[in-house]
Ligand binder design. Structure first.
Ligand code: ACM
Ligand code: ZN
Length: 489
């Protein structure tokens, strides 16, 4: 029998419950306080039908997901069985970047639909970046009228087009996505990436950068100097207004405020940023970024929201474990390790292996399946227990369309889903491969095309070939050298 993720306990009993093919089995379902663990459920199948008990509505939903997986295994009958199941992590996330390339509402729904089959419960939506600002904000319409349009998409090594490329989501469209996700017990977490990765914002509002220089949204991959001036009160006014509008669309308790890859060159020369740093009694610009993130997180706290930021935001060492959850994707210092070991909430989003915009040869299905965040070197018991979950992003510098996105995400997100539900180390990769083959067919029934088997079930020499081909074709912001050095913290 193929199930993904594996339920915690499965007992097969003797006998089968038959129902008419093409019809639903008899199902009874109830929420019971006897199940203490959030999102947990029990399924019992006997001669009278299918009986579900769940801790809450999410648990009931996951019981039905498991049931539909069982029904794909057995058509017209179900074996008598008992299942008890609960997730190990409360945060089981995937991220889509709609900035480097824009994906329509229907395309987003397709990916969400695939993720929902495997019990993900958080969709982190990366909506603002250097190459495009992709959400309608009524109080600052220039963020989209100017910031959502670029001229050229030079993400590979060829630099010859200047074609207009744009797109953004209206509030109604985002509400539709939120509703679609809620029906699948997936919360949508918007990311408003500040104070860096802000070229698109600065193109619309140059007065919010330290230099005031007019720029355009970026057309290449990379890290750009056009960050927001954090010594300017207008910056905070704009950020709070955007947060206010986004909070009306996204009811989720989390809100992602970015904070990755923030060059400090402009801040170092800016009298306003220097004055702010001094007024706060801070020594370094890394500390200034920490204070900025803390300030935005406090604003979110007043609105009843929890902030998530990328691990660079805490590098100054002055961010407190108060209303901030860190998404640890890559850290060459020991800041993230110290953070998690201090008991502060952390989402593991390790570049290697969870970044599925990189080729299967670099971050293989096997690497993802075998990865256990709790085995990260240096983690204490407290650190292990402070991991709230895991997330896998699909960045889109090199993912131009939905066909490619489906193949990059699937079937690798089955391995992510397995890791996110079950943190134990008893892994059986050959058995998992068979499960993946089975669910590739299920995905196809849902109109989702996973990568062909020869891409994900690969031999070592093919991995090196794929990696080198990718390196030759693309200018990557995270270098191949990092990968070969095993920089997978
Ligand atoms: C990131 O990949 N810059 C979070
Ligand atoms: Zn400044």
């Amino acid at each position: 029998m193929f199930l993904c993720p594996q339920p915690k306990k499965l007992e097969l009993h003797k006998g089968y419950y038959f129902f008419n093919a093409g019809e639903e089995p008899e199902i009874t379902s109830k929420i019971t306080p006897l199940l203490a663990q959030k999102e947990s459920y029990r399924i019992e199948i006997d001669s009278t039908g299918v009986h579900i008990e769940a801790a809450d509505s999410a648990g009931e939903y996951y019981a039905r997901v498991t049931l539909s997986q069982l029904m794909k295994n057995y058509r017209g009958c179900l074996p008598f069985l008992y299942i008890y199941d609960e997730p190990d992590y409360s945060y089981r996330g995937f991220m889509i970047d709609s900035c480097r390339h824009f994906f329509t509402v229907e395309e987003i729904k397709k990916i969400v639909e695939g993720a929902a089959l495997f019990k993900f419960n958080k969709f982190h939506f990366h909506l603002t970046d250097d190459q495009g600002f992709r959400v309608q904000i009524d109080s600052y319409p220039q963020l989209t009228s100017v910031g959502s349009v670029r001229y050229g998409s030079h993400f590979g090594k060829t630099h010859d087009d200047e074609e207009m490329y744009g797109g953004f989501y209206t509030k109604a469209e985002l509400c539709e996505i939120v509703k679609f996700c809620a029906e699948r017990h997936i919360e949508v977490i918007p990311e408003f990436d500040v104070p860096g990765h802000t070229s698109a914002i600065v193109s619309a509002m140059p007065e919010l950068s330290c230099t005031g220089e007019e720029i355009k949204p970026q057309t290449t991959a990379g890290i750009f100097p056009d960050v927001l001036c954090v010594g300017n009160e207008e910056t905070y006014k704009m950020i709070c207004a955007v947060i206010d509008e986004l909070c009306e669309i996204f009811p989720c308790k989390y809100f992602h405020i970015g904070g990755d890859e923030v060059p400090k060159a402009h801040w170092n020369k800016c009298p306003k940023c220097q004055a702010k740093r001094e007024a706060l009694g801070l020594k370094t610009m890394e500390e200034l970024q920490g204070a900025f993130s803390q300030e935005i997180a406090s604003y979110l706290k007043k609105k009843g929201k929890k902030a998530i930021c990328w691990n660079e935001a805490i590098r100054g060492g002055n961010v407190e474990n108060d209303n901030i959850t860190v998404a640890w994707w890559m850290d060459k210092t020991d800041t993230s390790l110290k953070w998690v070991n201090s008991g502060a909430p952390t989402i593991i989003e390790s570049f290697s292996p969870y970044y599925v915009d990189y080729p299967h040869g670099m971050h293989s299905l096997r690497d993802i399946y075998m990865y256990n965040p709790k085995k990260i070197r240096g983690l204490t018991e407290l650190g292990k227990n402070s991991i709230v979950g895991i997330e896998s992003p699909i960045w889109t510098e090199f993912v131009k369309d939905i066909d490619k996105m489906q193949k990059m995400c699937f079937p690798r997100w089955l391995a992510v889903a397995e890791n996110a539900w079950n943190s134990y180390d008893k892994k059986d990769f050959p058995q998992f491969l068979k499960t993946v083959e089975f669910f590739c067919d299920v995905l196809k029934e849902h109109g989702i095309t996973p990568a062909p088997e020869e891409e994900w079930n690969i031999l070592p020499h093919t991995r090196i070939e794929q990696t080198l081909k990718f390196a030759a074709k693309n200018i990557s912001k995270k270098t191949i050298i990092d990968f070969f050095r095993g920089n997978n913290k």
